[in-house]
Design a protein around this ligand. Structure first.
Ligand code: GLP
Length: 256
Protein backbone atom coordinates (compact mmCIF):
# COMPACT_ATOMS: atom_id res chain seq x y z
CA UNK A 1 0.00 0.00 0.00
CA UNK A 2 1.58 3.32 -1.03
CA UNK A 3 0.02 5.94 1.19
CA UNK A 4 1.52 9.32 1.86
CA UNK A 5 0.70 10.71 5.27
CA UNK A 6 1.45 14.03 6.90
CA UNK A 7 0.91 15.05 10.51
CA UNK A 8 0.32 18.67 9.56
CA UNK A 9 -0.06 19.72 13.20
CA UNK A 10 -0.89 17.80 16.40
CA UNK A 11 -4.62 17.92 15.54
CA UNK A 12 -4.60 17.33 11.81
CA UNK A 13 -3.42 14.39 9.71
CA UNK A 14 -3.66 14.31 5.93
CA UNK A 15 -3.38 11.10 3.93
CA UNK A 16 -3.18 11.11 0.15
CA UNK A 17 -4.07 7.84 -1.52
CA UNK A 18 -4.28 7.23 -5.23
CA UNK A 19 -5.81 3.77 -5.42
CA UNK A 20 -9.53 3.74 -4.60
CA UNK A 21 -9.39 0.33 -2.92
CA UNK A 22 -6.55 1.41 -0.66
CA UNK A 23 -8.38 4.66 0.00
CA UNK A 24 -11.44 2.74 1.20
CA UNK A 25 -9.30 0.38 3.29
CA UNK A 26 -7.51 3.25 4.99
CA UNK A 27 -10.83 4.92 5.86
CA UNK A 28 -12.27 1.60 7.06
CA UNK A 29 -9.19 1.08 9.26
CA UNK A 30 -10.08 4.32 11.08
CA UNK A 31 -13.63 3.06 11.71
CA UNK A 32 -12.36 -0.35 12.86
CA UNK A 33 -9.89 1.25 15.25
CA UNK A 34 -12.71 3.24 16.87
CA UNK A 35 -15.00 0.20 17.14
CA UNK A 36 -12.23 -1.98 18.56
CA UNK A 37 -11.65 0.53 21.32
CA UNK A 38 -15.38 1.03 21.89
CA UNK A 39 -17.80 -1.53 20.43
CA UNK A 40 -20.76 0.68 21.41
CA UNK A 41 -19.35 3.69 19.60
CA UNK A 42 -21.52 6.42 18.13
CA UNK A 43 -20.73 6.93 14.45
CA UNK A 44 -21.65 10.09 12.55
CA UNK A 45 -22.29 9.12 8.94
CA UNK A 46 -22.36 10.95 5.62
CA UNK A 47 -23.94 10.36 2.24
CA UNK A 48 -22.66 11.34 -1.21
CA UNK A 49 -20.14 9.64 -3.48
CA UNK A 50 -17.19 10.08 -1.13
CA UNK A 51 -18.06 7.48 1.55
CA UNK A 52 -19.39 4.78 -0.81
CA UNK A 53 -16.04 2.94 -1.04
CA UNK A 54 -15.69 3.09 2.75
CA UNK A 55 -19.16 1.60 3.21
CA UNK A 56 -18.39 -1.18 0.71
CA UNK A 57 -15.25 -2.00 2.63
CA UNK A 58 -17.10 -2.00 5.97
CA UNK A 59 -19.70 -4.39 4.50
CA UNK A 60 -16.92 -6.71 3.28
CA UNK A 61 -15.27 -6.65 6.70
CA UNK A 62 -18.59 -7.33 8.41
CA UNK A 63 -19.23 -10.30 6.11
CA UNK A 64 -15.81 -11.73 6.89
CA UNK A 65 -16.37 -11.29 10.64
CA UNK A 66 -13.85 -8.51 11.12
CA UNK A 67 -16.25 -5.84 12.35
CA UNK A 68 -19.43 -5.88 14.41
CA UNK A 69 -22.09 -3.18 14.46
CA UNK A 70 -24.40 -4.83 17.00
CA UNK A 71 -23.77 -2.18 19.65
CA UNK A 72 -23.10 0.74 17.34
CA UNK A 73 -25.37 3.76 17.21
CA UNK A 74 -25.39 5.96 14.10
CA UNK A 75 -26.37 9.54 13.38
CA UNK A 76 -26.57 10.73 9.81
CA UNK A 77 -25.67 14.28 9.00
CA UNK A 78 -28.63 15.34 6.95
CA UNK A 79 -31.75 14.63 4.90
CA UNK A 80 -33.58 16.38 2.09
CA UNK A 81 -36.86 18.02 3.00
CA UNK A 82 -39.83 16.41 1.27
CA UNK A 83 -38.26 13.08 0.31
CA UNK A 84 -39.80 10.07 2.07
CA UNK A 85 -37.55 7.17 3.17
CA UNK A 86 -38.52 5.07 0.14
CA UNK A 87 -37.49 7.80 -2.34
CA UNK A 88 -34.31 6.57 -4.09
CA UNK A 89 -32.64 9.96 -3.61
CA UNK A 90 -33.47 10.29 0.06
CA UNK A 91 -30.49 9.91 2.33
CA UNK A 92 -32.36 7.29 4.37
CA UNK A 93 -32.67 5.18 1.21
CA UNK A 94 -29.00 5.78 0.37
CA UNK A 95 -27.89 4.58 3.80
CA UNK A 96 -30.10 1.50 3.73
CA UNK A 97 -28.81 0.55 0.28
CA UNK A 98 -25.15 1.37 0.80
CA UNK A 99 -24.64 0.20 4.37
CA UNK A 100 -27.39 -0.55 6.85
CA UNK A 101 -29.18 -3.45 5.20
CA UNK A 102 -25.88 -5.26 4.70
CA UNK A 103 -24.60 -5.09 8.29
CA UNK A 104 -25.89 -5.84 11.78
CA UNK A 105 -26.61 -2.34 13.00
CA UNK A 106 -29.88 -2.42 14.92
CA UNK A 107 -32.68 -0.40 13.27
CA UNK A 108 -33.48 1.28 16.59
CA UNK A 109 -29.87 2.51 16.80
CA UNK A 110 -30.05 4.29 13.44
CA UNK A 111 -30.85 8.00 13.45
CA UNK A 112 -31.46 10.06 10.33
CA UNK A 113 -33.45 13.30 10.36
CA UNK A 114 -36.89 12.96 8.79
CA UNK A 115 -37.44 15.25 5.83
CA UNK A 116 -41.17 14.63 5.82
CA UNK A 117 -42.10 15.69 9.35
CA UNK A 118 -44.82 18.33 9.00
CA UNK A 119 -43.12 20.29 11.78
CA UNK A 120 -39.53 20.57 10.58
CA UNK A 121 -38.27 22.83 13.34
CA UNK A 122 -39.59 20.32 15.86
CA UNK A 123 -37.81 17.56 13.90
CA UNK A 124 -34.54 19.50 14.07
CA UNK A 125 -35.01 20.16 17.78
CA UNK A 126 -35.71 16.47 18.48
CA UNK A 127 -32.64 15.43 16.50
CA UNK A 128 -30.45 17.84 18.44
CA UNK A 129 -31.93 16.36 21.61
CA UNK A 130 -31.12 12.80 20.49
CA UNK A 131 -27.56 13.88 19.79
CA UNK A 132 -27.36 15.40 23.24
CA UNK A 133 -28.71 12.19 24.79
CA UNK A 134 -26.53 9.67 22.97
CA UNK A 135 -23.57 11.77 21.92
CA UNK A 136 -20.96 12.88 21.60
CA UNK A 137 -20.25 11.18 18.31
CA UNK A 138 -17.03 9.16 18.58
CA UNK A 139 -16.14 9.33 14.89
CA UNK A 140 -17.79 11.66 12.43
CA UNK A 141 -17.44 10.81 8.73
CA UNK A 142 -17.68 13.90 6.52
CA UNK A 143 -17.77 14.62 2.83
CA UNK A 144 -17.15 18.09 1.45
CA UNK A 145 -19.34 20.20 -0.79
CA UNK A 146 -17.65 21.96 -3.70
CA UNK A 147 -18.59 25.22 -1.94
CA UNK A 148 -16.98 24.06 1.31
CA UNK A 149 -20.16 22.84 2.98
CA UNK A 150 -20.16 20.07 5.58
CA UNK A 151 -23.41 18.20 6.07
CA UNK A 152 -25.70 20.72 4.43
CA UNK A 153 -24.23 23.67 6.31
CA UNK A 154 -23.91 26.11 3.46
CA UNK A 155 -21.48 29.09 3.38
CA UNK A 156 -22.51 31.65 5.99
CA UNK A 157 -23.89 29.14 8.52
CA UNK A 158 -22.80 30.19 12.04
CA UNK A 159 -20.26 27.89 13.67
CA UNK A 160 -22.58 27.80 16.70
CA UNK A 161 -25.43 26.19 14.71
CA UNK A 162 -27.18 23.05 15.93
CA UNK A 163 -29.46 20.79 13.86
CA UNK A 164 -31.60 23.06 11.72
CA UNK A 165 -33.51 23.47 8.48
CA UNK A 166 -31.48 25.00 5.63
CA UNK A 167 -32.13 26.48 2.22
CA UNK A 168 -29.74 24.76 -0.17
CA UNK A 169 -27.27 26.95 -2.05
CA UNK A 170 -27.72 27.22 -5.81
CA UNK A 171 -24.33 25.55 -6.32
CA UNK A 172 -25.41 22.61 -4.14
CA UNK A 173 -28.66 22.18 -6.06
CA UNK A 174 -26.63 22.27 -9.27
CA UNK A 175 -24.03 19.76 -7.99
CA UNK A 176 -26.62 17.35 -6.59
CA UNK A 177 -28.84 17.50 -9.67
CA UNK A 178 -26.67 14.75 -11.16
CA UNK A 179 -28.60 12.30 -8.98
CA UNK A 180 -32.03 13.52 -10.09
CA UNK A 181 -33.73 13.44 -13.49
CA UNK A 182 -33.74 17.23 -13.59
CA UNK A 183 -32.50 20.16 -11.51
CA UNK A 184 -36.12 21.09 -10.73
CA UNK A 185 -36.52 17.84 -8.81
CA UNK A 186 -33.74 18.60 -6.35
CA UNK A 187 -35.27 19.60 -3.00
CA UNK A 188 -34.59 23.21 -2.04
CA UNK A 189 -34.34 22.53 1.68
CA UNK A 190 -32.75 20.02 4.01
CA UNK A 191 -32.47 19.23 7.71
CA UNK A 192 -28.83 19.11 8.75
CA UNK A 193 -26.76 18.65 11.86
CA UNK A 194 -25.25 22.03 12.63
CA UNK A 195 -21.60 22.99 12.57
CA UNK A 196 -21.45 22.85 16.38
CA UNK A 197 -22.97 19.34 16.34
CA UNK A 198 -20.29 18.20 13.90
CA UNK A 199 -17.52 19.83 15.90
CA UNK A 200 -18.70 18.08 19.07
CA UNK A 201 -17.45 14.75 17.66
CA UNK A 202 -14.39 13.30 19.39
CA UNK A 203 -12.77 12.54 16.05
CA UNK A 204 -13.54 13.62 12.50
CA UNK A 205 -12.64 11.93 9.21
CA UNK A 206 -13.05 14.11 6.11
CA UNK A 207 -13.15 12.35 2.75
CA UNK A 208 -12.72 14.12 -0.57
CA UNK A 209 -11.57 13.15 -4.00
CA UNK A 210 -11.38 14.59 -7.47
CA UNK A 211 -10.21 17.82 -9.02
CA UNK A 212 -13.61 19.41 -8.37
CA UNK A 213 -12.77 19.39 -4.65
CA UNK A 214 -9.24 20.88 -4.84
CA UNK A 215 -10.32 24.48 -4.20
CA UNK A 216 -12.64 23.55 -1.35
CA UNK A 217 -9.92 21.41 0.28
CA UNK A 218 -7.37 24.20 -0.06
CA UNK A 219 -9.78 26.75 1.45
CA UNK A 220 -10.88 24.38 4.21
CA UNK A 221 -7.39 23.37 5.37
CA UNK A 222 -5.22 26.36 4.53
CA UNK A 223 -7.56 29.30 4.15
CA UNK A 224 -9.05 31.66 6.69
CA UNK A 225 -11.28 30.06 9.33
CA UNK A 226 -14.60 31.60 8.39
CA UNK A 227 -18.28 30.63 8.21
CA UNK A 228 -18.00 31.47 4.49
CA UNK A 229 -16.08 28.18 4.20
CA UNK A 230 -17.91 25.93 6.66
CA UNK A 231 -15.27 23.16 6.50
CA UNK A 232 -12.56 25.65 7.59
CA UNK A 233 -13.92 25.21 11.14
CA UNK A 234 -12.16 21.83 11.12
CA UNK A 235 -8.87 23.70 11.59
CA UNK A 236 -10.06 24.37 15.14
CA UNK A 237 -10.92 20.73 15.97
CA UNK A 238 -8.39 18.68 17.92
CA UNK A 239 -8.57 15.36 16.06
CA UNK A 240 -9.11 15.39 12.31
CA UNK A 241 -7.97 12.95 9.62
CA UNK A 242 -8.37 14.12 6.04
CA UNK A 243 -8.25 11.41 3.37
CA UNK A 244 -7.72 12.66 -0.17
CA UNK A 245 -6.80 11.43 -3.59
CA UNK A 246 -3.95 13.27 -5.36
CA UNK A 247 -6.39 15.40 -7.39
CA UNK A 248 -8.21 16.76 -4.33
CA UNK A 249 -4.84 17.38 -2.60
CA UNK A 250 -3.25 19.13 -5.58
CA UNK A 251 -3.31 22.68 -4.19
CA UNK A 252 -2.23 21.93 -0.62
CA UNK A 253 1.07 23.38 0.60
CA UNK A 254 1.02 21.59 3.95
CA UNK A 255 1.89 18.26 2.36
CA UNK A 256 4.73 19.44 0.16
C1 GLP B 1 -24.07 16.44 -0.22
C2 GLP B 1 -24.15 16.07 1.26
C3 GLP B 1 -22.85 16.33 1.94
C4 GLP B 1 -21.72 15.70 1.13
C5 GLP B 1 -21.64 16.37 -0.20
C6 GLP B 1 -20.48 15.89 -1.04
O1 GLP B 1 -24.30 17.77 -0.47
N1 GLP B 1 -25.17 16.77 1.97
O2 GLP B 1 -22.89 15.80 3.25
O3 GLP B 1 -20.54 15.87 1.82
O4 GLP B 1 -22.86 16.07 -0.85
O5 GLP B 1 -20.86 14.84 -1.85
P1 GLP B 1 -19.91 13.94 -2.71
O6 GLP B 1 -19.22 13.05 -1.74
O7 GLP B 1 -20.84 13.18 -3.59
O8 GLP B 1 -18.99 14.82 -3.45
Amino acid sequence: MVIKQWQVNPSLRVAVIDDSQEYAQFAADCVCRVLQAKPAAVLGLATGSSPIGLYKELIARYKSGRIDFSQVRTFNLDEYVGLPPEHPQSYRYFMEENLFRHVNVKPENIHIPSGTNTDLSKEAENYAQLLATYGPVDLQVLGLGGNGHIGFNEPGTPFSSRTHVVQLAESTIEANSRFFTSKEQVPRQAVTMGVADIMAAREIMLLASGEQKEQAIKAALEGEVTPQVPASVLQTHNNVTVILDPAAAALLDCIK
